[in-house]
Design a protein around this ligand. Structure first.
Ligand SMILES: [Zn+2]
Length: 146
């Protein structure tokens, strides 16, 4: 972890591409807080900065990446779980009797509904007074009913 802030003109240790050694370099260019270009103090050659492979760095980076992707993954899992549930019900939905969806219709839990847009779905719960949650292939939808 780098605790002190670096800026262009500062001296840092870097792997020189010409000398092939870890040497002092002067920072030439930075993007935000990341060193992008350095000049070797020994040979004077400028090159892109390569971070020194410290054992700490990849671990810290991996943690950050995990934190970034975590919410996205769980959201995807939710949709995948609903789709999987629908797929498991699919033979029963397609072989059984379905009721055409009507916003003035009355449905019970486990009723099979044929919706013009979402297709076949199964009523998961009825929310009084006039709504129900139906599981379709595309996921759960809240529909009007009586
Ligand atoms: Zn050099």
């Amino acid at each position: 972890m780098i605790t002190r802030k670096l800026s262009a003109g500062d001296i840092i240790e870097a792997q020189c591409t010409r000398c092939r050694k870890l040497l002092n370099h002067t920072i030439v260019a930075m993007v935000e807080e990341r060193v992008v270009r350095v000049q070797c103090n020994t040979c004077g050659g400028a090159h892109n900065y390569r971070p020194i492979a410290e054992p700490k760095t990849p671990a810290a980076r991996a943690t950050t990446r995990k934190a970034e992707t975590a919410p996205r993954t769980s959201k995807k899992d939710q949709g995948a779980a609903e789709r999987e549930e629908w797929e498991s019900l699919r033979p029963a939905l397609e072989s059984g009797q379905s009721l055409p969806y009507d916003m003035n219709g009355t449905y019970r839990v486990n009723s099979v509904v044929a919706h013009p847009v979402f297709g076949l779905g199964v009523v998961k719960c009825v929310i009084k007074p006039d709504k129900m949650e139906v599981l379709f292939q595309a996921g759960k939808k809240l529909l009007r009913c009586r």
